[in-house]
Design a protein around this ligand. Sequence first.
Ligand code: NAP
Length: 506
Amino acid sequence: MAKLCLSLTGNTLDRNLEVLEKNRKYIDTAELRVDFLDPDERLHIRRFPEMAGIPVILTIRRDSDGGKYVGGEASRITLFSMGLAFAEADKRKNFAYVDIESDFNVPSLEEAARTFGTKIIRSVHNFQGVDVDLVKRIRELRRTGDEIAKVAVMPQSTEDVLRIYQAAKETKSIKKILLGMGRFGTSTRILADYLGSHLTYSSAADEDNLTLAAPGQLDPKELVELYRFNKINKDTKIFGITGFPLTATSSPAFHNALFTQEQKDAVYVPFPSDSLSSFLRLAEEINMEGASVTVPYKESILPDLAHRSERVESIGACNTIMKGAQGWMGYNTDGLGFADALLKFVGTKNLRGKRVTIIGAGGAARAVAAEISRLKGKALILNRTVFKAKELAARYNFLWGGFDHQGMEMLGHFSHIIIQTTSVGMEPDLNGDPLDQYAFSGKEMVMDLIYKPAETRLLSRAKKAGCQIANGSDMLIAQAKYQYNLFMRTTLDSEVVTKHMPWKFW
Ligand code: NAP
């Protein structure tokens, strides 16, 4: 199983020890980044393995390789020698590994390391992209069979990420550490075991004044508690989420918490994707069981689906895919989740006799409109870009308009329920209110699909006027529950889901 290594980038040994102690329960190994230490501190590195009490990697990274060491090569070799000298019979007091670059050529030092049981990590870093022949790079890096090849590359696209997984498959027999840096590389850090990597590197991201040792490193706590790193093995089912830029998704927190709660051997990983077709090939490459699909791919994924559920057909968008015998099966749980949340809010089984206004005509509004029509409600759609409101309304024989005087007048006649589906008012736009020209009478039931903040400006105005209000959290939970049930082919109910929601991650 891949080990979890904490890269220590403090400026003193004591500061590093302090960070190590805070993370000790999560990690197997530490990497002492000597290049981050103050010059005086570098003289005492030999003591660190004993202080740490766990296997430690000795790394002195040059600035040309993405590190901070700017002294000459001769002084760096002297530092390496100081770290490896006076080897003790008790191996735990020596450095367990030394990281030396592919062009490092000091046979006496390597020989000393081998004699005293310090393993050599032979490393190469590419901060510009992914090597054209990555397989060759991995195969030719090691000088002897007992070395560990470390290849860190910077994927610039989902296609690059796919190439990392393909290269891992072709170099299965080689002892290695293979990882993608930066935001595209996140999955390779979480799925280190799947890649056949000896370890994954992490950084104590929430520590003051500490720099990440490399771009894209995750926090050890996040890897273990959120991504279940130490539960991932060769049989673990992989699920994911694709979208772009995919910066603020709470889905990994939700699904991974439920996998833990329900004791499932599964992991849910973010795959920020600049290309849907590359993502789908990547999903096949790593045998992904299913995935959430979010902005901007909910509509463009339709042609790639071998099967579309009725809801996908009626909404015209898909937010969940599952692997089937013939290809990807597409589902939409946004609509189902919305319908559950709305009926709970309104306290009825359908919307017969209800006149509803939908604010917005984007992706979420499409699911909302389809469900309101299915539930027999009559609706008005108001949107900034009026032709989009018109187009969506035409599908269900609804009325449409903009946020002008006429729109507000029509709203007066469709005000039993108002459903806000735009992103206006969502964090950080706390003052945003798409209906600021409308004065609530107090009789409207107002639902905002936004859940961050819990009470948008629009909801707070409606509440003050005496309206009943609801935010988007019930919908979010319900749609994610349906998604989880599809993934796990189960029927978990909402109470179980709500009880174990990882609120702290939201
Ligand atoms: P989307 O497809 O990008 O649609 C955005 C909508 O917001 C469009 O109607 C757009 O109008 C409108 N809009 C954006 N900026 C505006 C502005 N400055 N003034 C007026 N209108 C503006 O996004 P989406 O996927 O529908 O998501 C919309 C919101 O729903 C987000 O806040 C999302 O978090 C929330 N949501 C919640 C859940 C849940 O489970 N609770 C699920 C899905 C979505 P134009 O057409 O004029 O651009």
